[in-house]
Design a protein around this ligand. Structure first.
Ligand SMILES: CC(C)(COP(=O)(O)OP(=O)(O)OC[C@H]1O[C@@H](n2cnc3c(N)ncnc32)[C@H](O)[C@@H]1OP(=O)(O)O)[C@@H](O)C(=O)NCCC(=O)NCCS
Length: 223
């Protein structure tokens, strides 16, 4: 948003693009900020993209820099969320939900009937995100995460190939659009004098937005 003659305070545009080979070093660097324990190594990212068409990875870009990523694997009619992460400064603005919805739409497009994932048992933010997208607990894997030995819940959304589930994803996406539009409106009550957004996180957002980081506008790109 413009502050009326001062520095440009417009929200950063976030773009989702396919993750490419040449972005893997940057993605692996972000991974270390995203995951406090058991981050993927660069080699793990490489082996994922090397797996070819069974994988679908997205990067979220702000001004050309990766601020989030997510990956999907699809085998026959089973999809699997390999990873999802958002830069700590940009959490609570719907970016994780956008990435998840984009993966789930791709899973549907490829004919998957269900989607599974593992999540650390103490990862309440991720579990809430997944639950909102229809994932339920179906089991637990003790010592799943290495080298930490952390336990994981196994979650699954099923069926995802129905008209109703597609409509649920569309509704969730539209709600994020509306929230972003509201956040970008000038004169919002939490916009301090001078126009700098002090806490432009989404209304009712699960994660606290970092002070001084403006809300995001959003578009999809082809990369
Ligand atoms: C999990 C993660 C990707 C979520 O990204 P995000 O951009 O902050 O998530 P969103 O803003 O899209 O939030 C979507 C929903 O998730 C839930 N959520 C997000 N952060 C939350 C928090 N801190 N506490 C509780 N719920 C939270 C809410 O239901 C939220 O919906 P709402 O905003 O309408 O309330 C992000 O926290 C992250 O990168 N965490 C570290 C990596 C990680 O744990 N990845 C998952 C591995 S299985």
């Amino acid at each position: 948003m413009s502050s009326g003659g001062g520095p440009d305070q417009r929200p950063p545009a976030v773009t989702l693009v396919p993750l490419r080979w040449w972005q893997l070093v940057e993605a692996a660097e972000l991974e270390r900020d995203v995951f406090d324990v058991d981050p993927w190594t660069p080699e793990m990212f490489w082996s994922e993209l090397a797996a070819g068409p069974s994988r679908y990875y997205l990067a979220a870009l702000v001004a050309g820099r990766i601020v989030g990523y997510a990956g999907l694997a699809v085998t026959d009619d089973e999809a699997y969320i390999q990873t999802v992460g958002v830069h700590p400064d940009l959490r609570g603005r719907g970016l994780g939900a956008r990435l998840m919805i984009a993966l789930l739409r791709e899973a549907r497009r490829r004919g998957a009937r269900s989607c599974g994932l593992e999540v650390r048992t103490d990862n309440h933010a991720a579990r809430a995100l997944y639950a909102r997208l229809g994932f339920v607990d179906i089991g637990m894997r003790r010592g799943y995460y290495q080298p930490s030995g952390g336990d994981a819940y196994v979650m699954r959304a099923r069926p995802i190939d129905t008209v109703g589930y597609g409509a649920q994803l569309d509704a969730a996406w539209s709600a994020l659009d509306e929230r972003d539009a509201a956040d970008a409106e000038p004169g919002r009550p939490d916009t301090p004098p001078g126009g700098t957004a002090a806490s432009d996180g989404p209304a009712g957002g699960g994660g606290a937005a970092a002070p001084g980081v403006p809300a995001s506008t959003f578009r999809e790109g082809t990369g």
